[in-house]
Design a protein around this ligand. Structure first.
Ligand SMILES: Cc1cc2nc3c(=O)[nH]c(=O)nc-3n(C[C@H](O)[C@H](O)[C@H](O)COP(=O)(O)OP(=O)(O)OC[C@H]3O[C@@H](n4cnc5c(N)ncnc54)[C@H](O)[C@@H]3O)c2cc1C
Length: 502
């Protein structure tokens, strides 16, 4: 195993998709004294999907000192307050719910009331426990408001973005090259190993050899360096997550641009609708065991009302899972090269950002040796599994069960022990949020997100007869939250106004 106590002089990033250029920017900001090159192949190109984010993309831009005004217009970007889930439950009153990003108003008032309602409802008491009534971000989304309030309003709400991934890549490439990153446009033919089994360089299709001391594998699903040359094991999540294909196509943007992603359950998966300033990006993520690509395309066109439109669709395969070790020898994989958990909840760029940030921290702490490699790998695996469990729950807990696909998802017993315990806790009538922390079940997602999902689907026991005092205090709490949120909402501008002002 390579153990180098010296700071590398040269780092080579292989791959110029979003992951590669994010890595280039973060490394160039942190280590301006290292020569950083990025090798990408314009012949192969990028995957060119991945247009929704979590608030982590904002943290990434903060880390490299880029404002919304600087990059958003360049990538036709819009603001995202969260995701609307439509059609995942057939229970009356629960046909849709909104999964909001966090807001400071959650902690000061609305979240405790929501959890109180939840804890009352899981005991069979008839109280309003639908998540859509308890969060400021849900309110502002329903009113097409953007997530940046007037300066006089003292509480922040977290937000993500929607963006054109190719344009975002171009912006990030310019930024990184402005910081000294060298771009090489060529195709890698062979990855070269030294006598210790570490990577020494890559041979290009024009026979040139590019060497470096450290390598970042951002080569997408191919994972040329980590899974290819270093033979790192890939752990598939196909037992947990059935979707393995997608079909994508654009559609015309609406007059009012919504500040949310829409995730609509279809016959054998779900469709996203992502608003950019100039178009909607749409895609149907499905399981090829239940639907052919042709059937998926027809269903997506029907869903979008585009049966006769002259718009080309693109078909993609997805490899869902993760590598066993994201950092091996002198190579770290980032992005699709390290793994992918399907795009529901749009977590891929957040995981990439987390991977690069933690790598920087651990590499520095270990004085540029692989001292903290095992810890890093454990941490990143825990992140992937935390996200996976939450995504799996969307399928496992579905309340439609109208065909084989949805019934198979509900019946799926290949779920992690943590997910089993979270579902048991939900049904146990105990204090859900408190016990999640006490039982150390919180990983990538907070109790709020789990409760939004399960309550949003209407996963509750049958109603029993409730004592009158509980009902009174419950409806008082509900009314107070509604009034509080409405008044908070007065401080937020229209989404469109924010976009025009950039
Ligand atoms: C259907 C779908 C929907 C998605 N939706 C979301 C979403 O909403 N939100 C989100 O965060 N993520 C999403 N993702 C994931 C997201 O697309 C990726 O995480 C993101 O685009 C980063 O990809 P990447 O840079 O790892 O790989 P890629 O974009 O595939 O880039 C790979 C790079 O490696 C280069 N390369 C490959 N082979 C060679 C070679 N031999 N020589 C030289 N260069 C080479 C390519 O040219 C390219 O530059 C989605 C993914 C899919 C499949």
């Amino acid at each position: 195993m390579r153990s180098n106590s010296q700071k590398p002089k040269k780092i080579l990033i292989v791959g110029g998709g979003t992951a590669g250029w994010m890595a280039a920017n973060l490394l160039a900001v942190r280590w301006p004294d290292i020569e950083i090159s990025l090798l990408e192949s314009s012949v192969i190109g990028i995957i060119g999907v991945g247009e929704g984010s979590t608030p982590h993309l904002k943290f990434f831009f903060d880390a490299i000192g880029v404002t919304d005004a600087e990059w958003m217009p360049r990538a036709n970007a819009t603001y995202k307050n969260g995701i609307s889930f439509v059609g995942w439950s057939a229970l009356p009153g629960f046909e849709s719910y909104f999964h909001p990003f966090p807001a400071q108003t959650d902690d000061i008032f609305t979240l405790p009331v929501f959890f109180n309602q939840i804890n009352t409802r899981v005991q069979g008491v008839d109280v309003n426990a639908h998540p859509d009534h308890y969060f400021l971000e849900t309110y502002i989304t329903r009113h097409n408001l953007g997530p940046i309030p007037a300066e006089t309003f003292p509480f922040a709400v977290a937000y993500g973005y929607h963006f054109d991934s190719a344009l975002l890549g171009q912006f990030l490439a310019e930024k990184a090259m402005g910081r000294g990153v060298k771009k090489i446009d060529a195709t890698v033919d062979e990855v070269l190993l030294d006598a210790t089994g570490a990577i020494s360089g890559v041979r290009l299709n024009d026979s040139r050899v590019v060497t470096a001391d450290f390598f970042i594998d951002c080569s997408g699903f191919q994972s040329l360096l980590l899974q290819g040359a270093l033979k790192e094991r890939f752990i598939s999540f196909s037992d947990n997550l059935f979707n393995n294909a997608a079909v994508v196509m654009p559609s015309a943007i609406a007059e009012v641009i919504p500040p949310e992603t829409r995730a609509t359950a279809l016959s054998s998966g779900w469709a996203w609708k992502i608003p950019l300033t100039n178009r909607f990006g749409n895609g149907y993520v499905y399981s090829s065991a239940y639907l052919s690509p042709e059937q998926a395309e027809v269903e997506l066109r029907q869903h979008l009302g585009l049966m006769d439109a002259d718009i080309n669709a693109r078909h993609l395969q997805m490899k869902v899972g993760r590598v066993e070790k994201h950092w091996q020898q002198n190579c770290v994989a980032v992005g699709l090269a390290q793994g992918f958990i399907e795009p529901l909840e749009a977590t891929a760029l957040a995981l990439s950002f987390d991977t690069i940030s933690r790598f920087i921290t651990h590499f520095e702490q270990g004085l540029f040796t692989n001292q903290f490699q095992d810890l890093f790998n454990r941490e990143i695996n825990a992140k992937f599994e935390g996200v996976r469990d939450y995504i799996v729950c969307h399928y496992k807990a579905n309340q439609r069960q109208d065909n084989d696909y949805w019934r198979a998802n509900a019946a799926n017993s290949n779920i992690s022990e943590r997910l089993q315990r979270i579902l048991q806790l939900w049904h146990s009538s105990r204090d859900f949020a408190r016990d999640m922390y006490e039982q150390q079940l919180v990983a990538s997602y907070q109790p709020k997100s789990w409760a939004c999902l399960l309550a949003g689907y209407g996963v509750f026991p049958p109603l029993n007869t409730a004592p009158q005092n509980t009902l009174t205090s419950s409806s008082q709490g509900h009314a107070q939250v509604a009034d509080f949120i409405r008044r908070c909402g007065l401080n937020f501008p229209a989404h469109q106004t924010l976009l025009v002002g950039l």
